[in-house]
Design a binder for this molecule. Structure first.
Ligand code: SAM
Length: 208
């Protein structure tokens, strides 16, 4: 079955709303991870994001695909953070525990003017945008809203080899797949990060 056929009728908002109803942190992490693994993975990811993003107080930062607020909770007290997600149910769960600025929106069409944020980041969101047109659009939008000199942080499961698609809803790309679609952006730092049994790559980029 071709991927397009498989994805016929697939509506990411409906699917992510369903996932939001999965109790516990597995709503945004692998369904077969234990609570302990999820807790450790969250702690490790929070630390690594803080380390690569280096948020400064009063900076305007955008989070794309906040889910239930795993990363939001560590940043919202310290900077001027806006968090978007395509799923109202994810946002509802995040807003239950976190006093943040949440906005229902798609990565494909960010409701913000050009050059408005000091930094923009996404954590395990773009790896679920399997269609190439959507992926291109999401990267373009991410770059559009960050100011010149501002930073873009990308954190997804990636491979240094050929891209793989383990399921119709998840794609593991090569860092080059991202960089090739981001002209006018330079790579400042790249690091690997093993989280439970997933290979993440984090990139810190700068818009020229
Ligand atoms: C795997 S979860 C990660 C959530 C969060 N970043 C974290 O690390 O805990 C992916 C999130 O991306 C959101 N998402 C998927 N496609 C999106 C899109 N096109 N625009 C905005 N959010 C999207 C989903 O609703 C979900 O909350």
């Amino acid at each position: 079955m071709s991927q397009d056929k498989f994805l016929q009728g697939y509506d990411p908002q409906v699917e992510w709303n369903k996932r939001a109803r999965t109790p516990g942190p597995q709503s945004v992490m692998a369904l077969d991870w234990s609570d302990d693994q999820c807790q450790q993975a969250t702690k490790d990811l929070q630390a690594v994001i803080l380390e690569i993003l280096k948020p400064l107080a009063a900076e305007k930062i955008l989070e794309i695909g906040c889910g239930i607020g795993r990363i939001t909770q560590i940043l919202s007290p310290f900077c001027d953070l806006t968090s978007i997600d395509i799923s109202p149910e994810m946002i509802k769960r995040a807003a239950l525990n976190i006093s943040g600025r949440f906005c229902l929106a798609s990565a494909f069409n960010l409701p913000f003017p050009d050059d408005i944020f000091d930094a923009v980041f996404e954590v395990t969101t773009f790896q679920h945008i399997v269609k190439e047109e959507g992926f291109e659009l999401a990267l373009k939008e991410m770059k559009r809203v960050v100011r010149p000199g501002g930073r873009i942080i990308i954190c997804d499961e990636m491979t240094t080899g050929k891209r793989e698609q383990p399921s119709p809803y998840r794609i593991i790309r090569n860092p080059r797949d991202y960089l090739n679609l981001l002209p006018g952006v330079c790579l400042v730092r790249i690091r690997r990060f093993l989280c439970v049994d997933d290979n993440y790559i984090l990139m810190r980029l700068k818009k020229r």
